[in-house]
Design a protein around this ligand. Structure first.
Ligand code: ZN
Length: 453
């Protein structure tokens, strides 16, 4: 009797321990959505030829936040937005305000822009050279301030709603992305290149409440959000907006969020009409819903977020080279003219651009890499080589959308994606590629990812 008593007690204690842990989910998650459709129509971003405000709202646009907290209390907030791109000048004041209001560090905030070209133009200062009427320019600056307030609100709301949750992830495939770098006898043009590389992966992250109810779906796709072209004057989230709407229609109690990947050199195919945008959205949304029904891998903690800036070299040109480039193709001439104008004002040209890089490590299960800028597809493979191909989700358009970020291959070939920065004058140098990849490797190691030799 005495001999068997201790093992029985031990067994009871073990069962109680297991029960507590089975009932206690790995995560807490908080969600918030805020409508960011302007009250007053403003010109749309993305195609320079459009200087008039949009004519009607085809689809409301949103910012959505997902806050996560692991068992040890490490927190992070991911924000997705139906916008062209949040440049540093718009994004950083938002992050500073959130840091002041909460205990979050900069590394724990990730802002992604869906790159819809049917969303409002953003500017913190008036742009007298845009060709846009003064009243509309005033409305753009006013809208941008309202947007910043709303993003601070949506982040703090999500943080205030943390509840026990289970998080899992998997991926599927959608055939929307088309490489757009078409090779012609006169160089690379914006067209269609069916043999060019694209990333058709559809990564899906699923958040369930502790009773298994679906609460949020975060999904990605690496393709320009440009089914709609410069002839469109209807405000809209484009294919990503329609895909989110599709997923939410199928799962009315869940928050569907879209995060764009390395689609700097991919366009949707086909494209051009609102129906194309709806169809592309439905294609992506259906695949997300299919993946949700498959067995997904549970995500474990701890959550480790690291963030740093990397100094990316810009190409140096002398005055004669820049003057020659002003007669070159349009992707080259605009930036060359801006660089010459800067020189003519007696200012120095920048040698580097400081780009933010974010890495979030979820236990041993997943590394989320958030790159800034319009990143071309080559970086998906470059990062797989550098930090290993498994348990990896690489995104672009995060934290600072400053212009295109081409690979050395793309820079060597030329074409639209080589046009450089658009928040200030400058072209990236080929050496920038390996410097960025090395920085991601350094941050992934710091975040605790097991790296290949
Ligand atoms: Zn773009």
């Amino acid at each position: 009797m005495k001999r068997s008593f201790t093992p029985i007690l031990f067994a009871i204690a073990t069962l109680a321990f297991l029960h507590v842990h089975a009932a206690e989910p790995e995560w807490k998650a908080g969600l918030a959505t805020i409508k960011i459709t302007p009250e007053t129509p403003v010109p749309m971003a993305g195609y320079a030829s459009r200087v008039k405000p949009y004519e009607r709202v085809e689809q409301e646009i949103y910012a959505k936040a997902l806050a996560l907290e692991d068992r040890e209390g490490h927190r992070a907030v991911l924000v997705t937005t139906d916008l062209l791109g949040l440049p540093r000048a718009v994004a950083e004041p938002i992050c500073k305000r959130v840091q002041d209001k909460t205990s979050l560090a900069r590394s724990q905030i990730l802002l992604n822009s869906a790159h819809t070209h049917s969303a409002p133009t953003l500017r913190v200062n008036d742009d007298t050279e845009s060709g846009i009427a003064p009243e509309d320019r005033t409305n753009i600056v006013a809208y941008t301030q309202i947007l910043q307030d709303k993003l601070v609100t949506v982040i703090t709301q999500a943080l205030g709603r943390l509840e026990p949750a289970q998080v899992s992830w998997g991926s599927g495939v959608a055939h929307i992305a088309m490489n757009r770098r078409e090779f012609t006898l006169t160089g690379v043009i914006l067209g269609v290149n069916p043999r060019g590389p694209v990333d058709r992966t559809v990564p899906v992250l699923r958040v369930d409440s502790s009773d298994g109810t679906l609460r949020a779906v975060l999904f990605g796709y690496a393709c320009h959000n440009t089914t709609l072209t410069q002839t469109n004057y209807y405000l809209c989230g484009d294919y990503a907006g329609f895909a989110q709407a599709y997923v939410q229609e199928q799962n009315p109690d869940a928050q569907a969020m879209f995060m764009i990947g390395c689609g700097g050199d991919a366009n949707p195919y086909p494209r051009g009409t609102m129906q194309n945008a709806r169809d592309n959205g439905a294609t992506l949304g259906k695949e997300v819903c299919r993946v949700l029904e498959t067995t997904l891998k549970p995500l474990r903690g701890p959550l480790t977020c690291v963030f740093d800036e990397v100094s990316l070299p810009l190409q140096s040109y002398d005055r004669a080279e820049l003057e020659k480039m002003t007669n070159g193709p349009s992707w080259q001439s605009g930036n060359a003219k801006a660089m010459l104008a800067k020189l003519n004002r007696g200012e120095k040209l920048r040698q580097t651009y400081e780009a933010p890089v974010a890495v979030w490590q979820f236990g041993t299960n997943l590394t989320l890499v958030g790159l800034a800028g319009e990143v071309v597809v080559d970086y998906v493979l470059l990062l797989e080589d550098a930090i290993g191909p498994l348990q990896l989700w690489t995104t672009g358009y995060c934290n600072d959308v400053f212009g295109y970020f081409p690979s050395a291959r793309v820079l060597n070939q030329g074409g639209y994606e080589c046009r450089g920065l658009y928040t200030e004058p400058g072209f990236f140098a080929s050496a920038a590629q390996d410097i960025l990849v090395a920085k991601v490797r350094e941050l992934a190691k710091r975040a605790g990812r097991k790296l290949p030799e």
